[in-house]
Design a protein around this ligand. Structure first.
Ligand code: MG
Length: 712
């Protein structure tokens, strides 16, 4: 059976040079807009380190740690440094080859790489000779709210290529099928292979493109050999196979097709495709489906997930982060297109586009992934951004064309240009407005980084820093020390000992910190269960209580342990507490310890209003909490003296009182707390600098962060 040759598709009217120029223009626009944040923040000394603005995403420090260790050529076993992640490798490569500092590279990588989105967007449109739609769409898409938020300057994360790579897959699939170009069938599958190293989203899009192409072929192109050939090659990239083997197979099959040209009958091609599909199924290529069903797309926060091996009911981070869930439609629309009306225009334009150019349907998987946001969480919106932006752009051009019909010939061109200009500007406006107002601070302040830098110089790389997980990655980057928990390792079971340490009295806190560190470093590992076994204790409550005993003998010390206690932890201390105030046997929260931090809001006669219904009597005898007047047990006033040393004045008011008040004068901040919180390691060591010298040594004390070394 011979397929009927179609008339050759005419190549685009726009010369490639002009197209390239437009692409550069769009790229420059995208980069330029991302410099607004830099201009807003340059000059703020607190955001600068090593002569460069610091990054504004916590996870970025993870990849920065990996890149630094790659460049150093060493790292420590168990230090969790990601020395083989593509982003760390790419970063190290740029630092090595470009004449910029490490800090500059990680600051601007998202700016320069994220802006590459304009390339596949404009290629996509050029396939259909809609270059101007592509250009305007690229302007809109490259700065649309959710895409901007995750590729802004300083947002050093894998997000910078998360949308670019799948869109490349879509683009080159379109290209070979539209122009029936047999020679480059391999490009889209290779993008899948390399994209998979970067981020799993590529696999979802690749599978989606495969499914849609298959359906499209069955409906419209049953006799077109190029579809069979392309699908046979694409599916190889989606299989669960060794990457080298995949690439070899892809290239080999492409060469085979080129060699046979049109001599392979559809019957043979169909058999080949069928064989490939069977191999895909046998080789477990469908595994992605299972992952999708089990993954974050579908599951909501699982409360008290009892993972295998976990005997205890821990409190999980998912319970404190509620990103998934019902998102208001306005928010969803704002993220994708800047406004609700913008999204409606975008969807309408996208539908018109795929109606006009059927093959553009291949982009549907990305749109679907983006619309998953309504269920799976806002971060998915980015996938829909480029296509919705192209849709909006197409809509504007269509309406402009339509309007021409009502205008005299002479005015037509002008009216067309004016309408397009105004339309694109209207789409850009809400996004630009967002960008100007989106003043995300850097993750850390210079004062804090100074502390970490100093600590790193005093301590060893094998030493541990015990602190909340929010500071894990930055500490590993700035101090190059080990941490128990971080932005990726923060399950309930690993958070528990840290929370317990910070919340317990100093003896128990010190013992638990030593236990947690030594058990983390043990080759056999093991958490609380292993500790209890080793100490011959079956009851968890008895075991935890025994840690408060000074006679408790912690494991032998193999390295130093430091507590990093930043001022910013005060505001999240109640959340930190949740992880250890849980009954491990039942998973129920025990009575929450009382903790309130507030600044004086108003003077009310003999009282000071601290907000949220908390009032402090000026004579420091009583407080009002929730309408109840309670006697103060102890009142402590802390302030810095002329030598910048913290001083405390302690006033024991009423021994029967259950409320403790700390007035941190130089911070203009009151802490109102119960005995558990007052007596906790964190409050005693951070707020009061009242440490047991047998257990701790003050290493660095600044008003922003305090570091103590564990003595035993
Ligand atoms: Mg290290």
């Amino acid at each position: 059976m011979k397929t009927v040759a179609k008339p050759p598709l005419k190549s685009s009217d726009m010369p490639f040079g002009v197209f390239l120029f437009l692409m550069l223009l769009a790229y420059a626009f995208s980069v330029g807009i991302r410099l607004i944040w830099v201009f807003q923040f340059s000059g703020f000394e607190q955001f600068v380190w090593n002569g460069e603005l610091m990054i504004n995403t916590n996870d970025g420090y993870y990849f920065a740690e990996g890149a630094r260790d790659i460049l150093n050529g060493f790292h420590q076993p168990n230090d969790l440094s990601p020395i083989s992640t593509p982003l760390s490798l790419l970063t190290a490569f740029f630092v090595k080859t470009l004449p910029f500092s490490f800090e500059t590279v990680i600051l601007y990588m998202s700016t320069c790489i994220g802006s590459l989105l304009v390339v596949p967007m404009m290629l996509f449109a050029r396939v259909f000779q809609e270059e101007w739609v592509g250009f305007s769409g690229a302007l809109i898409g490259s700065i649309a709210v959710s895409y901007y938020n995750r590729t802004m300057t300083g947002y050093f994360d894998t997000d910078m290529l998360v949308v670019v790579l799948p869109l490349m897959v879509v683009c080159f699939s379109l290209y070979v099928l539209h122009f029936e170009n047999q020679k480059v069938l391999f490009i889209a599958p290779l993008f899948v292979c390399f994209g998979l190293l970067w981020h799993p989203a590529v696999l979802h899009v690749g599978n989606g493109v495969f499914a849609i192409t298959l359906v499209y072929m069955l409906l419209f192109e049953r006799k077109n050999p190029i579809f069979y050939q392309f699908l046979s090659i694409l599916i190889i990239s989606l299989m669960t196979l060794d990457m080298g083997l995949k690439i070899a197979l892809i290239i080999a099959l492409n060469l085979l097709f080129v060699y046979f040209k049109e001599r392979l009958e559809v019957k043979i091609l169909l058999t080949l495709l069928f064989t490939c599909i069977v191999a895909y199924v046998v080789l477990g290529g469908y595994g992605w489906l299972m992952i999708v069903f089990k993954s974050e797309y579908f599951t909501r926060a699982v409360i008290n997930d009892i993972a295998s091996g976990n005997t205890f009911n821990y409190f999980e981070v998912l319970n404190t982060v509620r990103e998934a869930g019902n998102i208001p439609f306005e928010t969803f629309a704002h993220r994708i297109s800047g406004s609700t009306i913008g999204l409606i225009i975008s969807v309408a334009g996208y539908l018109l586009f795929v109606y006009r150019y059927k093959l553009a349907l291949l982009s549907l998987p990305m749109v679907i992934l983006g619309f998953f946001a309504l269920r799976g969480g806002l971060r998915f919106t980015v996938f829909a951004v480029p296509l919705m932006a192209l849709g909006a752009s197409f809509f504007i051009f269509m309406v402009a064309k339509y309007i021409q019909n009502f205008i005299t010939k002479e005015a037509q061109k002008v009216a067309y240009g004016v309408f397009v200009g105004v339309g694109v500007m209207a789409m850009l406006y809400p996004n630009l407005q967002h960008i100007v107002n989106y003043k995300v601070p850097t993750v850390f302040m210079k004062n804090e980084v100074q502390t970490l830098d100093l600590l790193g110089k005093q301590a060893q790389r094998e030493d541990y820093v015990v602190t909340w997980w929010d500071y894990g990655y930055p500490i590993r980057y700035y101090s190059d020390m080990k941490t128990l928990i971080d932005g990726g390792k923060h399950s309930g079971s690993v958070n528990f000992p840290v929370s317990f340490s910070l919340l317990s009295d100093q003896v128990a806190g010190a013992n638990m910190a030593r236990l947690a560190v030594e058990y983390t470093e043990k080759p056999s590992g093991g958490g609380l269960v292993q500790m209890m076994q080793d100490y011959g204790e079956k009851n968890v409550t008895t075991f935890l209580n025994s840690l408060s005993n000074k006679q408790f003998s912690p494991p032998a010390k193999t390295r130093d342990v430091y507590f990093y206690l930043p001022d910013r932890m005060l505001s999240i201390f109640p959340t930190v507490a949740l992880f250890s105030t849980i009954d491990l046997k039942t998973g129920n929260q025990q009575k929450k310890p009382f903790f309130y931090a507030g600044s004086p809001m108003a003077d009310v006669g003999d009282k000071v209003d601290l907000g949220n219904g908390v009032l402090f009597f000026k004579d420091a005898t009583k407080v009002v909490v929730g309408g109840q007047t309670l006697p103060i047990n102890t009142f402590v006033l802390t302030s810095y003296d002329a030598n910048k040393k913290l001083t405390r004045s302690v006033k024991h008011v009423d021994i029967s009182g259950s409320v403790f008040v700390i007035f941190m004068k130089d911070y203009n901040r009151f802490l109102v707390l119960d005995y558990t919180m007052f007596n906790s390691l964190f409050i005693q060591l951070y707020a009061l600098e009242n440490y047991d010298p047998e257990l701790f040594e003050a290493t660095i004390l600044t008003p922003y962060a305090k570091v103590y070394r564990l003595k035993r």
